[in-house]
Write a protein that binds this ligand. Structure first.
Ligand SMILES: *Cc1c(COP(=O)(O)O)cnc(C)c1O
Length: 410
């Protein structure tokens, strides 16, 4: 098969991916099927190890085991064979030396930041990020004496200007980002000398975007979403150099942020079909976005795969497709947007994204406790509906969305 994801996705960074069944020369699709097989023996399906504790071979081995990052057969807060298989599969997909799994995407965000930053340090974060991430940077980091400067993610120069030499420890990027699918230029931000660059690449998955190959130090995913992909695992993960992963692991151990073996096992099962799912979902999203552009019931379609996207050139440079998520501005404001969501029969109303079902969320309803000014600052307009495109037949989905837009305007 030709490399139809349009780009060298072999992770051309200078770090060799962990070899746990996958070869770095293989394309991502092949690595997704083969990687993460260290602990399953000849079993083709991933093997689940629910044990919280393991027999120590000899009493004198205790100390060495307890101080080995991500040790697999000791006590599962330190690491577990199932989490390790999942981590090695993610590392293979991202072209990383190592990865670290977490109990959730937010555990990955907070543990990474607190593992790398101390009181007195400075962080530059883009303003538009996942809601809990922005609360963490806006409300909790300052409480801990970590100073955060927020910048417009679409303007790489603002990151450059905000970095304070000798004080900025970390730059936090999320791309594509809620709510308008805006993009941050990963290569430009990662080139800033000094701080570590962390990229939340959840909306893209490793199939659509490879932040490490663009120079980022760590890539982060709410694997709850597209990577696990079936709405049955709460899971986070970061990938990067072994040194950085081991450094974050120290704090991960203190936080007890370890992924449960069951969720890691579901995540690894999800990885086997990740490429096929994301290719299909992206193709459907592209068709739906094109269909809705110029539709009388829709004022705006925000989707990186459209030529009308304000950062279309950047999308072409750093993404292999427009991805699986879009947002639309339903004509007629909040009431019309709610009627639209309520009238859909194929697409369902739920938060989260990246699963088999097309999911709708009305941002202004979820953010109802914010003031209108706060919502406006975050780009949350009254008619905005996020659509996470699933695996239904595109014709069924488009017909459903059409009838629901008719109902919304009626
Ligand atoms: C969902 C999400 C998170 C948080 O993940 P959880 O697993 O819900 O903790 C972080 N970043 C992005 C972009 C997300 O969509």
């Amino acid at each position: 098969m030709d490399d139809d994801i349009g780009r060298d996705d072999t992770g051309s960074g200078d770090t060799a991916p962990a070899d746990a069944g996958a070869t770095p020369e293989w394309r991502l699709e092949t690595r997704a099927v083969r990687a993460g097989r260290t602990f399953g023996g000849p079993s083709l399906a991933p093997v689940l190890f629910p044990s919280t504790t393991y027999e120590v071979p000899a009493i004198d081995d205790h100390l060495e085991m307890a101080s080995t990052p991500r040790v697999t057969h000791y006590y599962s807060r330190f690491g577990s064979p199932t989490a390790r298989d999942f981590e090695e599969a993610v590392a293979a997909l991202e072209g990383a030396e190592a990865a670290l799994a977490f109990a959730s995407g937010m555990a990955a965000v907070t543990t990474t930041v607190l593992g790398l930053c101390s009181t007195g340090d400075h962080v530059v974060a883009q303003r538009h990020t996942f809601s809990a991430t922005s609360s963490f940077f806006g409300a909790h980091c300052p409480r801990l004496g970590i100073d955060v400067t927020f910048v417009d993610g679409t303007d790489a120069q603002q990151f450059v200007d905000a970095v304070r030499h000798g004080r900025t420890q970390l730059v936090f990027v999320e791309t594509p980002a809620n709510p308008a699918l805006t993009l941050t230029d990963i290569e430009a931000v990662a080139a800033i000398p000094g701080p570590f660059t962390v990229v939340d690449s959840t909306f893209a998955t490793p199939v659509v975007q490879q932040p490490l190959a663009l120079g980022a130090d760590l890539v982060l995913h709410a694997a709850t979403k597209g990577i696990a992909g079936h709405n049955d695992a709460l899971l986070g993960v970061i990938a990067g150099s072994r040194d950085l992963i081991d450094a974050v692991w120290g704090w991960h151990l203190m936080h007890g942020a370890q992924a449960s073996p069951f969720d890691a096992w579901n995540g690894l099962r999800g990885i086997r079909t990740l490429a096929a799912r994301v290719h299909q979902q992206s193709a459907t999203a592209q068709r739906l976005a094109e269909h809705l552009s110029g539709h009388p019931g829709v004022d705006v379609v925000n989707y990186p795969g459209l030529d009308s996207h304000p950062q279309r050139d950047l999308a072409k440079r750093q993404m292999a497709s427009g991805g699986t998520v879009m947002s639309i501005e339903v004509a007629g404001g909040a009431e019309a947007a709610k009627r639209f969501c309520g009238a859909c029969r194929v697409a369902r109303i739920a938060i989260s994204l990246g699963g088999p079902e097309t999911l709708l969320s009305h941002a202004a309803t979820i953010a109802a406790l914010m003031s209108p000014g706060e919502r406006a600052d975050l780009g949350i307009t009254d008619g905005l509906v996020r659509i996470s495109v699933g695996l239904e037949h595109p014709d069924d989905l488009i017909a459903d969305v059409d009838q629901a837009l008719g109902a919304a305007s009626g």
